[in-house]
Design a protein around this ligand. Structure first.
Ligand code: MN
Length: 254
């Protein structure tokens, strides 16, 4: 296997090191990650900014690594188009993120987007996030490895990728749950601040809104101390609306 490892917390984050160094047991590992913190960059790409790429030392022997001055999705695209051009990657891993990516978080998360981009480019892909506030990355990486071994045995259908959230307490002993995304949202709050020159600015401080969650959701699984595994795919069409919208169109004067 040729494994590409990315994240959104940046190449220096302890989570990506733990994931890359565990993944070595499955195949040849290449790390391509942003040069700094890019959390919540979602599926963004750099169209009007230069991407500088630098080879990065410091991972375990045998792991080659590059930092990119762009987003997580830039990293995956660049890696696949250049390093993977002749000898394609066969698995894309993202994380291990510092913090959970549950429910609507998947829309904002760069960790999830990097895995999603892998799936869009035709590779099996998995995003890993560790809930915190303790971050036992090495133990979480061992749990991740067990999930990846299952994936090797039973491959995912093309365009599907996995969003895995790992609880902080005893990741290796935690039971697994196959889940759907929860409904938890955030209360939108912005704190008004002043900068050094007296200019006003705002800082986002969304607070989680706890609501009733179905038993089968990622949020519920994490509350119960389980590892949550949610299959995701990018199919945004709302098929239940197609027929009624066609009727709407037929009723219009054209
Ligand atoms: Mn992050």
């Amino acid at each position: 296997m040729r494994i590409l490892v990315c994240n959104d917390d940046g190449i220096l984050a302890p989570g990506i090191r733990a994931l890359a160094e565990a993944a070595v047991q499955l195949g040849e590992v290449t790390v391509v990650a942003p040069d700094g913190q890019r959390s919540a960059s979602s599926h963004g790409i750099s169209l009007h900014r230069r991407l500088y790429v630098r080879e990065h030392e410091g991972f375990a022997p045998g792991i080659r690594a590059w930092s990119v001055t762009g987003t997580p999705v830039d990293c995956v695209k660049w890696a696949v188009a250049t390093l993977g051009a002749r000898d394609p990657f066969t698995l894309v891993l993202s994380g291990i993120n510092e913090g959970q990516n549950l429910a609507v978080d998947v829309l904002y998360s760069g960790t999830v987007a990097a895995a999603g981009e892998g799936a869009l480019l035709g590779m099996p892909a998995v995003a890993f996030s560790l809930v915190g506030p303790d971050y036992p990355y090495t133990s979480a990486a061992r749990a991740a490895l067990r999930i990846l071994r299952c994936l090797q045995r039973d491959p995912l259908p093309p365009d599907t990728f996995l969003n895995v959230n790992i609880p902080s307490a005893y990741p290796e002993q935690a039971p697994w749950a196959i889940t759907q995304l929860g409904v938890r949202t955030y209360r939108e709050q912005f704190r008004r601040q002043q900068d050094e020159e007296g200019r006003e600015y705002y800082e986002y401080e969304g607070a989680e809104v706890e609501g009733p969650e179905g038993e089968e959701t990622d949020v519920a699984a994490i509350r119960q101390g389980k590892i949550s595994i949610t299959p995701l795919c990018y199919r945004f069409t709302n098929f239940s609306m197609i027929d009624s919208l066609k009727a709407w169109l037929n009723g219009m004067e054209q």
